[in-house]
Design a protein around this ligand. Structure first.
Ligand SMILES: *[C@@H]1O[C@H](CO)[C@@H](O)[C@H](O)[C@H]1NC(C)=O
Ligand SMILES: *[C@@H]1O[C@H](CO)[C@@H](O)[C@H](O)[C@H]1NC(C)=O
Ligand SMILES: *[C@@H]1O[C@H](CO)[C@@H](O)[C@H](O)[C@H]1NC(C)=O
Ligand SMILES: *[C@@H]1O[C@H](CO)[C@@H](O)[C@H](O)[C@H]1NC(C)=O
Ligand SMILES: *[C@@H]1O[C@H](CO)[C@@H](O)[C@H](O)[C@H]1NC(C)=O
Ligand SMILES: *[C@@H]1O[C@H](CO)[C@@H](O)[C@H](O)[C@H]1NC(C)=O
Length: 936
């Protein structure tokens, strides 16, 4: 998880720490080699596999001249064997078996087999007989099994690395014999059962570097009685699963440390004052920890401090105080300050300090308020300025930016800052990343971008730009991999040169682009031009073989869906809200992807026709399918059920589909949103419908719909560029009375069956009451007969129930009053009779009487018609009848008004709230259904 800059620094540091090879004074020379050692080398070679013939020089008499072999000038003994493959490609690495003959090279001082391919091979125990060894590097060589304790016999060892092998060790007592050891690296060796590793290490008085990253260490003593580690300079125990509460006070007594990494160690508590005496410290990483408060106040003597990395560490406090506590004597050396992803608040101090060496300043994802101070602009070495996701305000102008000559990454997104610069300003920097999402940059298009010819990532979305794109921009941005200009009011047309752009991810949605859709950039994987004013037909010869997400919804695009789309492996395709005509292309078997990997297809609100698209036969992973508001016709194919087993949402509303609703539909286990309304379906509603598993489950939550929205994110994160995210949001747009409502985050919670407005006949199956997760049920405008199922009251999650405009008869089952969450209810225009059951929720509905009108036989409140006396139980006294009615009506009215207004307030707040808590979602869903179902 270490940031890339950290890795670079660490490897640099490692290089400096490694004992130099030349100090062993054993380079290849023409000293004649010792015969039995030559034989041993040849036998060692014979057991090795060497696919790329890296050991081709190993022949002839003079073994001291062989590649990687070094001998003593004086005695001719082999002193050094360097077979490191680290500079080689994986496939050509030396590997195989290790011949025992190797351990007869008793004079060997230096052995390096790092990055070899000894997969499945154990480190030979006999290695303990190489008593002269000073340098042993077996890292990254795929050795397996136990680290042999015989290594303890190598008492002259100075350097030992067995890191990054699938090795384990259960006891480190053997280490105590290695009293000369200066460098020990057992990173990624499984040490989960070693209890007293600290005591073993504490017996190594010469140790300078200790690396035990990701070694699954579990325990650590808090203190040591005596500190032997007086030479230790580098301590890296990051990435170990110490139990919560890990807070090793012994670490803070090692005052010789220059490098300390306790990241990802479940470190709990505060950094103690003892840190103030670690005066050699240059670099400290305590990231991904749970710190209490901020760094201690007594760090003033840490004059060598260069790198402080406390990202994601629950550091809490004021940014001004935090900066003030950093040692002033190291200001001019300070190289990296990473406090991102913490609870830091307050505003940035307004002073000037000579942070002349500062290269990375990362304060992103905190709660920092106030303006950006001018000293930020006086950091001549600053390459990365990450202030995104804070609560900064005010203006940023040339003075903030002019001094940043080395700046490569400017990230200010998700604050409330405006960027106000002269239109003729020429910056001194050349950015690679400009992440300015939600900054106020407009109304004019930012002209200073013209000089940013190295730019890789441009995010100027939601930046209040109401201008057209200058021609030069498409040239400057032509090498960028990510371009996000969405959510502005940018006008003008898209250039013909579009297809030569390098962009892999491009989002120009929610703008005012006009003209036709140009050919897509050839390497694009994510392409979103939705909500613009594009017209004309789609280019017929689209060539974007990597395309995975394509969204062009809500434009005025006409013509056919080009069959060239068959050539891509699209996973998400959204062409809804256009004027497309003709049939969905029927991709040939030979086409590359066809529609096979599709998971979400949204073609709603076009003029598409033809039968149910047969190309979808191959879309076995389809989760979201919306073909509503088109002119598709014909029967639903039998393969729909067989092939689209992952469907969670199927919306075919307002087409001309006919025939029976397939019985097998209920076999689609995850289907929880089924909308077949306003087609020409005929026949009965089958009992089998009640077997829809997802709706018969209690919780009514679709993981696959949830994954689908996450999916677009993870897809992008995989190829993440500086973690600037683009996302396509799967949206269900619902037309109601003059309103278009859109649901996306709520989608996984929507549980719906809508078969209204068809020609269905017969009764409502009793077993419908098994669909207990249903939130909305609509069978209205059909020719249904018979009674309302007696147990309909089992559907306690229902928020909307519409059975109106059918030929239902009999009484309204009294169980209906058990459905307390109903906010929309309509039984009007049937042949129902008898007394209307009383129920709390039913009384609160908007115009309650309208739910029942058109049923001649119904009586009792809220209808004015009273039932015959022997049925009546709650008839009000006659004398104050009229007066009472008036009061009642006004109470109803005020309740209704209050209810509706309240819901609107909640709803509007929700619309602007980014993260929905569960309870908000629940509330919002109710509101939603109220509106949705008050539509049609
Ligand atoms: C050994 O030989 C090498 C190469 O000829 C030479 O550079 C080195 O100085 C010699 N070492 C000693 C100790 O003579
Ligand atoms: C310190 O190191 C010496 C030498 O290896 C050893 O004898 C002694 O036991 C060590 N002390 C502790 C407390 O481990
Ligand atoms: C984070 O720090 C704050 C303030 O020091 C503390 O109240 C909170 O409990 C800490 N969070 C965790 C998860 O320990
Ligand atoms: C600046 O930081 C780099 C990286 O740590 C370091 O190599 C260099 O010496 C520092 N410069 C000064 C003046 O301290
Ligand atoms: C884009 O990259 C190409 C190849 O590296 C280079 O020739 C061209 O000048 C670059 N374009 C811009 C605008 O920097
Ligand atoms: C774009 O919008 C701006 C500002 O509204 C207007 O001045 C300009 O004429 C428009 N350009 C085009 C090409 O429509």
């Amino acid at each position: 998880m270490a940031p890339h800059w950290l890795l670079a620094l660490v490897s640099l540091l490692l290089l400096l720490q490694t004992p130099s090879i030349s100090s062993l004074d054993a380079r290849g020379s023409d000293a004649t080699c010792v015969a039995h050692e030559r034989a041993a080398l040849l036998s060692f070679k014979a057991s090795l596999s060497d696919p790329a013939k890296l050991l081709s020089s190993w022949h002839g008499e003079h073994c001291c001249t062989w590649g990687g072999v070094g001998c003593s000038n004086r005695t001719g003994h082999v002193l050094k064997l360097n077979l490191s493959s680290c500079s080689q490609e994986f496939g050509v690495r030396v590997g195989g078996e290790i011949s025992p003959s190797l351990t007869t090279l008793h004079h060997l001082r230096y052995l390096d087999l790092s990055c070899s391919n000894f997969s499945g091979v154990q480190i030979p125990q006999k290695i303990g007989s190489l008593k002269s060894l000073q340098h042993l590097d077996l890292s990254r060589a795929s050795f397996v099994g136990r680290v042999p304790p015989q290594l303890g016999n190598l008492s002259n060892l100075i350097f030992l690395s067995v890191s990054d092998n699938p090795l384990y060790s259960d006891d480190l007592a053997w280490l105590s014999h290695l009293t000369s050891l200066q460098y020990l690296d057992m990173s990624s060796v499984n040490l989960s059962t070693v209890v007293d590793w600290v005591h073993a290490i504490n017996k190594l008085p010469s140790l300078k570097v200790l690396r035990l990253e990701d070694s699954d260490l579990r325990k650590s003593p808090a203190t040591l009685s005596h500190y032997n580690l007086t030479a230790l300079r580098v301590l890296d125990i990051s990435g170990n699963s110490f139990q919560a509460g890990f807070s090793p006070s012994w670490v803070w007594h090692i005052t010789t440390l220059t490098y300390l990494d306790l990241s990802q160690c479940d470190f709990h508590g505060s950094i103690p004052d003892e840190m103030g005496s670690m005066t050699s410290l240059e670099e400290v990483h305590i990231a991904e920890a749970i710190l209490a408060g901020i760094i201690p106040p007594n760090l003033k003597n840490l004059c060598n401090l260069k790198i402080v990395d406390l990202h994601d560490s629950n550091t809490t406090g004021d940014i001004g105080e935090l900066m003030e506590r950093l040692p002033k004597c190291s200001w001019d050396k300070m190289y990296v300050l990473d406090f991102s992803d913490n609870n830091i608040s307050g505003s940035l101090p307004n002073w000037f300090r000579p942070l002349t060496n500062l290269t990375i300043l990362d304060l992103s994802y905190n709660y920092i308020t106030g303006p950006v101070p001018l000293w930020i602009g006086a950091l001549p070495k600053l390459a990365m300025l990450h202030l995104h996701s804070n609560q900064l305000v005010g203006e940023i102008n040339e003075d903030h930016l002019e001094g940043l000559r080395s700046l490569q990454e400017l990230r200010m997104s998700d604050n409330s800052v405006s960027m106000v610069v002269r239109s003729d300003w020429v910056p001194s920097f050349r950015l690679q990343v400009a992440d300015l999402k939600s900054c106020r940059i407009g109304p004019a298009f930012p002209t200073w971008l013209r000089w940013q010819s190295d730019i890789q990532v441009i995010d100027i979305s939601n930046a209040s730009i109401t201008d057209n794109v200058p021609d030069w921009f498409w040239t400057v941005a032509s090498n960028a991999t990510l371009l996000d200009m969405s959510n502005n009011q940018i006008n003008g047309t898209l250039p013909a040169s579009f297809e030569t752009m390098e962009a892999e991810r491009m989002d120009l949605s929610f703008n005012r682009f006009t003209g036709t859709v140009p050919k897509f950039p050839r390497g694009v994987t994510f392409f979103d031009l939705s909500r613009n004013k594009l017209s004309g037909t789609l280019p017929s010869d689209l060539e974007a073989p990597e395309l995975s997400v394509l969204a062009l919804y809500n434009n005025s695009i006409s013509g056919n869906i080009p069959s060239s789309l068959c050539n891509y492996s699209l996973e998400i395709l959204d062409l809804s809200g256009n004027m497309l005509t003709g049939e969905v292309p029927n991709c040939q078997q030979g086409d590359l992807g066809g529609f096979t990997p599709l998971r979400s297809l949204n073609l709603n609100s076009n003029n598409l026709s033809g039968n149910f698209p047969s190309v979808l036969q191959r879309s076995k992973d389809m989760i979201f399918l919306d073909l509503a508001y088109n002119q598709f016709s014909g029967n639903l194919p039998a393969w729909l059920v067989e092939n689209m087993t992952s469907l969670a949402l199927l919306r075919l509303r307002s087409n001309m589909f006919s025939g029976h609703i397939p019985v097998e539909l209920a076999k689609i286990e995850g289907l929880q949103y089924l909308d077949l309304a306003c087609n020409n379906f005929s026949g009965g509603i089958r009992e089998s419908l009640a077997k829809l598993k997802a709706i018969a489950r209690i919780n009514g939550y679709s993981h696959s719909l949830d994954e689908l929205s996450d999916y677009s994110l993870s897809f992008l994160e995989a190829a993440n560029t500086a973690r600037v995210k683009l996302s396509y949001t799967t949206t269900l747009s619902v037309l109601t009375k003059g309103q278009q409502l859109e649901f996306s985050e709520e989608l996984p919670y929507m549980v719906n069956i809508d078969l209204s407005c068809n020609s269905l006949t017969g009764g409502i199956p009793d077993r419908i009451s098994a669909l207990i997760a249903l939130k909305s049920l609509n069978f209205s405008w059909n020719h249904l007969t018979g009674r309302i199922p007696k147990n309909i009251g089992n559907l306690t999650a229902l928020e909307s129930l519409d059975l109106s405009h059918n030929e239902l008869s009999g009484e309204i089952p009294s169980s209906i009053s058990a459905i307390t969450s109903l906010s929309r209810f309509n039984l009007s225009f049937n042949n129902l009779s008898g007394q209307i059951p009383a129920g709390n929720q039913l009384q609160v509905l908007d115009d309650p009487a309208s739910s029942y009108i058109g049923n001649i036989g119904l009586c009792g409140p809220p209808l004015l018609k009273s039932c015959s006396p022997n049925l009546t139980t709650t008839t009000p006294a006659k004398d104050d009848g009229n007066h009472h009615d008036g009061v009642e009506t006004s109470i109803y009215l005020s309740m209704v008004v209050g209810f509706v207004f309240g819901l609107w307030v909640v709803f509007c707040v929700m619309l602007f709230k980014k993260r929905w808590s569960m309870s908000y979602i629940a509330a919002a869903i109710k509101v939603r259904w109220w509106f949705v179902s008050s539509g049609l």
